[in-house]
Structures are given as structure tokens and as C-alpha cells.
Design a protein. Structure first.
Length: 277
């Protein structure tokens, strides 16, 4: 019988965010796969846990992933951890999860710290529908292409950004979405100097052209205003009926049925109007 892969979140800044279940899972796993063993060993020492560790990070997934899977298939259990946050979210752990899913190995996700959720909840931006876009590309052309694809996005958008890239990213965001678009800049979440700046893209871009950004940022950008669709009338439906009869030779009944479905109109009302036409 195969073992289980446990996805164990780790604190994003505050060690007090470790839950009893997270600590218990780390203690009971046969081994731990860590993004950086040097970082993870400090957390394990804090918890008083000693476990064998293997390295699993972006540049060794092709070799380390299959090796971990082999041990799981042999019956061992593994706790996957990142340096901070939830494994497999904007993280190479997604590849290991996919391997396990394909091989029929059980994957258990332990709830815990996640920067994007913490930022969204405290942002003051709409939370009902959102899209997580992760880190934008360092290449300016690729970054702008990515943002251009989101120009009409109506959901709240969440981005991760490093301090050295923040000024360029804010400038591109302001250019793409407009300087008046609301944004919440969530900095150093759960840490001593946690700060949430609620402003506009234009003001944020201007601020960080002169003020050096400090710490890791989560940017929560409000989506575009919903586009108002023009109201479809029975007269529009009648025009469509005429076109279908003329262009496709449909009978009156079939043309009405199709036009009503396409335009979301009442078939009976449209038919009565078409008969009188």
C-alpha cells in the first residue's frame, strides 16, 4: 500500500501561526521534502522535531520528484514544505502533487498560512471572485503581455512581487489598468512591520519611484468595472428573424425559435410580433 504526501504550510513570518495539526504531521511523517533544508531545519528545531530531509526545489524537480514518488509508492509518508506558505501554490510542489495524482498516491492538504488569502481578506477589495496571477515575468515585454491579457478582467487580481521589481511592476499596472484603479499593497504580512496600503495604482507607482520598497509584497488590484450590455429588444429579435429567413431560408417558426434563443427573448412574444410583421 502506498504512503501519503502531506502538504504542510509553514509560517510566512510569525511562528505563532504553526497549528497543532501542522506540527503533528511533521512529527509523524517518515521524511520531509523541503524547498531549502537549511531554512526548514530551523523550523523543525523550533518544534523539537528531528526527521530525515530531502531537497525538493524548482531546479531539481525532474530528479527529486520521481525519487520522492518512489518512496511514497513503497509505503513511506512524506511532508512537503516550502520556505514560507502553502506548498504547491505558486510553487514547484504542484509538479509533485501531479505526479502523485497520476500514480494514485493520496495527497492530503493541511490548511495553514497562505499570503494570497491573508492579503485578499484584509485588502478591502471585493473578495467574491478573484484570480491569482502569482509573480509577473521579469522581462518587460512578457510582463506587459501578461497584463494586457488581463485588461478587461472584472475579478479582483492578486500578484506577488519582490521589492526590487515593485516600481516597474506598479508602473506597468498603472499604464495597463489606469492610474485611478484601486489597489491594496500588503507588505510583510504577519511580521513585525506588517502594513497594508490602500491607494490607487497611480499613487502607488509615484510613491515607490522615490521611496525604496522594503519587504515582500502582495498586490491586490480591483477588477475592471462590469461592462454594460445593451438591452436587447423585441425589435432586435424581429430583425434577427428577418435575417435568418432571408439568409438561411428558415421557416418563420424555426427563425423565431433560434432568434429567441440567441438573444434571450420570449419565443411567444417574438412569434406574435413576427406574425404581424
Amino acid at each position: 500500500m502506498s504512503g501519503t504526501l502531506y502538504l504542510v504550510p509553514t509560517p510566512i513570518g510569525n511562528l505563532g501561526d504553526i497549528s497543532p495539526r501542522m506540527a503533528e504531521t511533521l512529527a509523524q511523517a517518515d521524511f520531509i521534502a523541503a524547498e531549502d533544508t537549511r531554512v526548514s531545519v530551523k523550523l523543525l528545531n523550533h518544534l523539537g522535531i528531528k526527521k530525515p530531509m530531502v531537497s525538493y526545489y524548482r531546479h531539481n524537480t525532474s530528479t527529486s520528484g520521481p525519487a520522492i514518488l518512489e518512496r511514497l509508492l513503497a509505503g513511506e509518508s512524506c511532508a512537503l514544505v516550502t520556505d514560507a506558505g502553502t506548498p504547491a501554490i505558486s510553487d514547484p510542489g504542484e509538479e509533485l502533487v501531479a505526479l502523485c495524482a497520476q500514480a494514485g498516491v493520496e495527497v492530503v492538504s493541511i490548511p495553514g498560512p497562505c499570503a494570497l488569502v491573508a492579503a485578499l481578506a484584509a485588502s478591502g477589495q471585493p473578495t467574491g471572485r478573484f484570480t491569482f496571477e502569482g509573480f509577473l515575468a521579469m522581462n518587460k515585454k512578457n510582463r506587459r503581455r501578461h497584463l494586457e491579457s488581463l485588461r478587461g478582467e472584472e475579478r479582483t487580481m492578486i500578484f506577488y512581487e519582490a521589492p526590487h521589481k515593485l516600481p516597474a511592476t506598479l508602473a506597468d499596472l498603472a499604464e495597463t489598468f489606469g492610474p485611478d484603479r484601486p489597489v491594496s499593497l500588503c507588505r510583510e504580512l504577519t511580521k513585525l512591520h506588517e502594513e497594508i496600503i490602500r491607494t490607487t495604482l497611480g499613487e502607488a507607482a509615484e510613491r515607490y519611484q522615490t521611496e525604496p520598497p522594503k519587504g515582500e509584497f502582495v498586490l491586490v488590484v480591483r477588477g475592471a468595472e462590469p461592462r454594460e450590455e445593451p438591452e436587447v429588444t423585441l425589435e432586435d429579435g424581429l430583425d434577427r428573424v428577418r435575417a435568418l429567413r432571408e439568409e438561411e431560408g428558415l421557416s418563420l417558426r424555426d427563425a423565431v425559435k433560434r432568434a429567441a434563443k440567441e438573444l434571450g427573448l420570449s419565443r411567444n412574444e417574438l412569434y406574435r410580433l413576427a406574425v404581424e410583421d
